[in-house]
Design a protein around this ligand. Sequence first.
Ligand SMILES: Nc1ncnc2c1ncn2[C@@H]1O[C@H](COP(=O)(O)OP(=O)(O)OP(=O)(O)O)[C@@H](O)[C@H]1O
Length: 818
Amino acid sequence: MAAPPPKRKAPTGASNLTNSRKRQKLQKEKVKPPTTSATKKDKKVPQERKKVETVGDVPPQPSEKVKKLTPLDSLNWHNVDVPDQLDDYEGFFGLEEVDDVEVIREADGGKITFRAVGNRAVKPQTEEEEGEEELEVTKKLDVERNEKASSTYDIVKEALNATGNGKAILEDEWSGFSDVGDEDNGKAEGAEDESEETIVEKENRAVDGEKTKLEKKRLKLEKKTDASQTISTTPFAGVLNEEDLDEGVDTAEWQSLSLAPATLSALSYMRFERPTPIQRAAIPEITAGHDVVGKASTGSGKTLAFGIPILEHYLQQPCPQVQTEKQETTPLALILAPTRELAHQIGKHLTALCNQESFSGPRIATITGGLSIQKQQRQLSTADIVIGTPGRLWEVMGSGHGTITKLRKIRFLIVDEADRLLSEGSFKEVEEILNALDRTQRTNEDAEEADKEDERVERQTLVFSATFHKGLQQKLAGKSRPSGDLMSQQESMEYLLKKLNFREERPKFIDVNPESQMASRLKEGLVECAGTEKDLYLYSLLMLHPKTRTLVFTNSISAVRRLTPYLQHLNLPAHALHSSMPQKARLRAIERFKSSPSAILIATDVAARGLDIPGVQLVVHYHLPRTADMYVHRSGRTARAEKGGSSVIVCAPEEVMGVKRLVAKVHVQSGIASSAKYSIRTVDLDRRLVARLKPRATLAKKIADVGIAKEKGNATDQIFAQAAEDLGVEYDSEEFEGTMSGRSGRGNARKKKEREERTVGRDQMGVWKAELRELLGKRVNVGVSERYLTNGTVDIDALLRGERGEFLGMVDGLGFDD
Ligand SMILES: Nc1ncnc2c1ncn2[C@@H]1O[C@H](COP(=O)(O)OP(=O)(O)OP(=O)(O)O)[C@@H](O)[C@H]1O
């Protein structure tokens, strides 16, 4: 439980060793590791808390131990609220703590056990545990309600007739179904000095509240269990059905897939009226037990194409509803995803499908880097569906607890975004995982041959992506023979495919839209500008799309770091996302991007695949995608689920031909040779408009660059100061800079510029910021007679009506400028 040492925060303006030492000492005093005293609650009542770390090295009497030992999983673990200044400390994300627990160490210092010493130590009942109790109360309520039903109905009817105001009376009647009782109950818990009478009253109210809650839940359950049922048994049928209509959709179009009523009810609740083409094609093959390789365009619903069959299989298992959160289990499915974000998203998507009140769904664990390994081990041990990124999953698998043995029994192995997973960085871990999943370790070719039959595992393998290059496609479809030279780099993917160990000789290959990998409602365009003006054109493009959720892709982390403050200084709500950010900050960036319809996310290709963020209307390729596939995946973040969207590439004149070829390649019809007919259209931004935006863009860039140079300088200074301290020598940053500036070498001009930028003082920055504020406050008027865009994508009539008048410099209330 000991917290790892915190990284030091870079001090501002370190100039010599003495100061640096002082600062470090100060920091050591200020920034303490997030011990369990980190939460706000704790700060208020520190004396009440008894921590795992701080309590009880003294072994208790044996009799006591026997009486009160508490199993680890029954303890009431909860997340440590990591203070903001510790944002960068990856290891702390997912740290858990527990109160009112005594740690008991065996005399030889070996085994550790726990003993609950207070109320907060043990988990409260989970919903599942409450389930049986709830069922009992629900049954009782049913009986009571049936008895009361006719009289209540009469009263309501009478009242309605008397007032003629049905709505008001019905609302009055419904107030009985609110959670008021619970609120009161909550207050009662906090009160200390209560008469017995008050307590009894409150208890009664609490029971009423509980009944009310159960009644509400039961009514919901009634509605969802049978989505097609329109006749309600309750006397409030009319009122309830209005709500019903609001909650579910007709699922008649799913009927042909012969899904369980529970699955249909979940789909109805998610408002998915019909299967998408990939779902319609893949679900029957998977439920029939086949291995499947599925290809369908981005945003076409591939997650549920494999998620629904997993749920179906789960529901067919005997009594899945008796499982509780903490019961150990053997997982049913393992899903491999290439990035943390995608893994979490799949987790959320499947949770939305499986976490229904009408049935007890499978438990889902998401295993990714950046989260505590112990917590993930616990989650994995009780999960029915495990979703993971290869690196962390392999780490967790390797940490014991019989995880590998359990995972060998999975019924489904899913490889999502397969082409990336099988061919890029994660190769080694994927190989290890696949090796471990095989029941027998192969020792030599003969043994392999002999064991072939045994190795035909029970599990189904499902492979999905929007892009499969032709060679891979053929190999997956079983149309080409693997080469003998398995370990060569070129054949690595083929090698992994072999490792996938399909149970069938030829998996079913489903390609629902061979003619295009791109979403049908996607519009593509190209903005041409000088390489040095890309920042300005990006800004202009964003200004022409105000209040538009936009994703900007770059090829480097440094570009993300540079563009984000640049756009923020221009009052645009830009957020950064790249792989060097701590996991917590990555998830937060995505949440912020999701939560505002006008947000802009500046990202590397870490966001290119699979991310399903609703309402992204515009994708901008600030840097050219490195491959045609990457163009497909980046552009696929918009125009998802049959919605519209645009994808715009910003490129220099010398890049145009290459871009056109790349885009045409994507549009080449499958099976037809390279006769690319598609030509991406050029979007001409009005150059006068761009020219008028230039002063503010230049100023914002200057301010942002100075900020970055200073930050970089401070970080470097900190490193050198630390190195000097370790070596026991004096370090003077100014003297050092002077020495360095005399040197020649690669990247010198940039370094020189950065050095100059670091010398810009606060006053100068203040002047520039004031100037920028003034410019941003001004309306850039090009006059209604002038055209804003020459390609006609702007509604000139709307401009004339003043509807888009706000776009020039009046981006409101974004609060990034300081
Ligand atoms: N049957 C359906 N009807 C309507 N919407 C659906 C249906 N199935 C899935 N969706 C929605 O479509 C969106 C895209 O789904 P999903 O993320 O599974 O796409 P994908 O094909 O995996 O995309 P990508 O290739 O980019 O990873 C999601 O928001 C999902 O909720």
